[in-house]
Design a protein around this ligand. Structure first.
Ligand SMILES: [Zn+2]
Length: 576
């Protein structure tokens, strides 16, 4: 079957993308078109069909065909007269400007084909796809697919939906080479605030070299960084095999405050070209776009990527020690205040991204495949270095998985991963290591501290300067002069007195504005809060605990004076 898509915008300010589709060589009386329900890179259902406003089908004589839906993501077209050619028209509401969705207006046409392009349900037939992009002549089209006269041709639906397309006049591009590979960096910004080419190229080149050195070979010839800069605060990146889309804001800070974030997300997404786009857990090989693809192995595809995205920036010299430690600190601090570590294991939390995505619907429900996954990766890395007397590291386990995948077409499983880990550490007791971190809910910090100590590292704990956090165990956010409770620690005094979203009107009869800036409340061990809850004003009393404080800030530190062994181990950790 051959599919000819024509993509256009009949009314750009409406944010609708118009899709016309001609299907040739139809042989069935009932043709079913499917739209994916999720996109690889985000392990929860996306229900892209919610953006499709209208859908019509016609035969070759222009007569309407009956279309029925039996579920949310498939359209059944009744072709009773067995017409060989069917025409379809639908539109897509593209008003979600992030790295994985679609956005279209009078300045840009940007879509992730996984949201937009339907596919016939016959999975055993190879289809041919032609995608024509109708845009003004001043537009430049950015994509990692080969494109000729605004038309893309492909027989590979997986590659097609892995290849975002951006068309706009507001783009600036440059490229650089590492070994035999070419890397393109495209910046898109309608306010024409692009990135500093020379500085960015220099740093991108350094971490790219490091990532290529890590893996030894690449699964692409060309790679595209597609970077959207927005005028407001934003942070998002999505990986693909031959490209990545990154959305950052505010655009005015891209070369200052946001620059390390740009480097961090770019390195992370490039590492993904191997870890998940090439090396895949068995449950996602191949991807099934129409149902949940449960895998307990998120700690490998997201956690290891988070760890190495930052570690390779450090090893390449783009990040200094402090900048790398700050990346780990972010994960440590999130782990420290997420009591989901006592509710659900890392393996089970990976399954649950399909229920409530990347947030916790119920407070302290699960851990994060990114945060805990990254901490676990660092522990495993250090542990293998120790156990193999500096001969191996976690990289060697990753290379085993890479080898299995590219040479034997063999995706990994928990079993194969543990097998390789034990092959290096050579100690069956090490299974306890996994037991404590992967299989059971657990606080990672005691084990983390025990391992890093051998490398001359330690965690510094600093008390919070905010009295409400330090003594009473809750966090509050301020918006337009209103203070609301937005985080509560179980086991803290606040846990039994406050609810999330309580608005705090006064503290000990002092207005919130004054109380939250008053350092003297530090000396008081009981506070009386006037709060608004459920449209009612009430008073609650909270008593601080003796000898227990909350929300300390954790920082990874290198000892001032290292022993010879510590110095040697730390330099190996950095090098390997
Ligand atoms: Zn990622």
């Amino acid at each position: 079957m051959e599919l000819f898509f024509s993509i256009s915008q009949s009314n750009p300010v409406s944010h609708y993308i118009n899709v016309k589709l001609k299907i040739q060589n139809v042989v069935d009386k009932k043709l079913i078109l499917l739209l994916p329900r999720w996109r690889p890179g985000r392990y929860e259902l996306g229900h892209f069909s919610k953006n499709i406003q209208s859908f019509y089908a016609y035969d070759s004589k222009g007569r309407h065909l009956v279309v029925t839906k039996s579920n949310t993501h498939s359209w059944e077209i009744f072709n009773d007269s067995l017409d060989k050619e069917i025409f379809v028209e639908y539109n897509y509401y593209a008003n979600e400007y992030n790295a994985g969705a679609c956005y279209a207006d009078e300045n840009i046409l940007y879509f992730n084909p996984v949201h937009l392009l339907m596919k016939p349900s016959y999975s055993d037939t190879i289809h041919k796809f032609h995608i024509h992009i109708n845009v003004p002549e001043s537009y430049k089209i950015i994509t990692s697919l080969s494109i000729k006269n605004n038309t893309i041709e492909s027989t590979d639906y997986d590659e097609l939906v892995d290849s975002p397309i951006v068309a706009t006049p507001y783009v600036k591009s440059f490229s650089y080479e590492v070994d035999e590979y070419t890397f393109y960096v495209h910046t898109i910004d309608i306010h024409e605030k692009y990135i500093d080419e020379e500085k960015t190229k220099n740093d991108f080149k350094k971490f790219t070299e490091q990532i290529l050195k890590f893996w030894g070979s690449a699964p692409f010839k060309e790679y595209h960084f597609i970077i959207h800069l927005l005028p407001y605060s934003y942070y998002h990146g999505v990986e693909h095999l031959k490209n990545t889309v990154i959305v950052l804001g505010p655009n005015t800070q891209i070369m200052s405050k946001l620059y390390n974030e740009l480097l961090g997300v770019a390195s992370h997404e490039l590492f993904h070209a191997w870890n998940i786009k090439t090396i895949r857990p068995k449950q996602m090989f191949p991807y099934n776009y129409y149902t949940e693809n449960y895998s307990e192995l998120g700690f490998i595809y997201e956690g290891f990527t988070t760890y190495y995205g930052d570690k390779l920036l450090w090893q390449s010299g783009v990040f200094n020690d402090d900048e790398f430690f700050n990346c780990i600190n972010e994960r440590l601090n999130r782990h420290f205040i997420n009591y989901g570590k006592f509710s659900q294991s890392l393996l089970n939390s990976s399954i649950d991204t399909w229920v409530d995505g990347y947030a916790n619907h119920a407070p302290h429900k699960k851990v994060s495949i990114y945060d805990e996954g990254c901490l676990l990766a660092m522990m495993m890395d250090l542990y293998i270095i120790l156990k193999t007397k500096k001969k191996k590291s976690l990289r060697d386990v990753c290379l085993k998985l890479y080898d299995d995948q590219i040479n034997n077409n063999e995706p990994y499983t928990l079993k194969s991963f543990i097998k390789y880990f034990l092959e290096f550490t050579k100690d069956e007791r090490d299974i306890v290591f996994f037991g404590n971190t992967l299989l059971f809910p657990n606080d990672y910090i005691p084990l983390f501290e025990k391992i890093i100590e051998i490398f001359g590292l330690y965690i510094e704990y600093k008390e919070s300067e905010n009295w409400w956090e330090r003594y009473f165990g809750f966090k509050a956010s301020e918006q337009q002069g209103k203070y609301s409770v937005n985080h509560i620690l179980p086991e803290s005094p606040a846990y039994y007195a406050l609810s999330l979203n309580d608005e705090i009107l006064a503290v000990n009869s002092i207005t919130s504005k004054d109380a939250f800036t008053d350092k003297n409340i530090n000396k008081i061990d009981t506070i009386n809060l006037t709060i608004q809850r459920f449209h009612k004003i009430i008073n609650v009393e909270i008593k601080a605990l003796k000898n227990k404080t909350f929300y300390q800030k954790l920082s990874l530190r290198l000892k001032d004076k290292l022993s010879t062994i510590e110095k040697d181990l730390f330099s190996h950790f950095k090098k390997m």
